[in-house]
Design a binder for this molecule. Structure first.
Ligand code: ZN
Length: 198
């Protein structure tokens, strides 16, 4: 069994994931979101694309069997296991601006966006290159009639996982989300594990 890494509450990491490896993202306590980004390891101008992915999937409810496409329509990741089935690929990473907008009475936090920017900087990826993240475990129901979005607590339970297979050599960014509403009002760690291709 490969090592489990912990992302402490309200923080983020970046690391390399090789083609064929599997990335296991675990919600260890339940009701905690993890924002996921994937960049091509050689050309970081190629990055996961919400628009491409939702277009080709023809649904916003992405789960086992769905592929996450890049801005150049190549598959970067594929969801190969999913205990939850409720994730979000519509909303941007929470940021200082998110706090100003939705939480004017709370202390400002740099959020997933700031955490991702800091973690990706050593890979030469600048903040303006950060797109919509695949938000593991984030619960964003959409009213089919009005289009109204809501952000509700995740339905993930302690120990639930979502597993991605890498179709390319990738740079991954991953957070334990910092926004109160996305995480049921409390901030918890995220665990991950890399299962290397044999
Ligand atoms: Zn966040």
């Amino acid at each position: 069994m490969s090592d489990v890494h912990e992302i402490p509450e309200r923080s983020g990491v970046a690391f390399r994931l090789n083609r064929g490896d599997r990335l296991v993202v675990i919600d260890p306590r339940g009701e905690q979101v993890a924002d996921l980004l994937a960049f091509d390891a050689v050309d970081t101008d190629e990055v996961i694309s919400s628009g491409r992915t939702l277009d080709y999937a023809e649904t916003i409810r992405l789960t086992t069997g769905h592929k996450l496409y890049s801005n150049r329509s190549n598959v970067l990741l594929e969801i190969v296991e999913d205990d939850v089935g409720v994730h979000d690929f519509l909303l941007t990473p929470c940021s200082r601006d998110t706090f100003h907008h939705f939480y004017p009475d709370l202390p400002v936090h740099r959020g997933c966006f700031g955490n991702l920017a800091a973690a990706l900087e050593p890979y030469g990826i600048v903040p303006d290159r950060i797109p919509v993240a695949f938000n593991c475990f984030m619960n964003v129901p959409v009213d089919g009639e009005t289009g109204k979005l809501r952000v509700l607590p995740p339905v993930s339970k302690a120990g639930d996982r979502v597993v991605f297979a890498a179709h390319r050599d990738l740079i991954i960014g991953l957070t334990a989300c910092s926004a109160p509403d996305s995480n049921g009002g409390t901030f918890k760690p995220i665990h991950y594990r890399i299962e290397a291709a044999s």
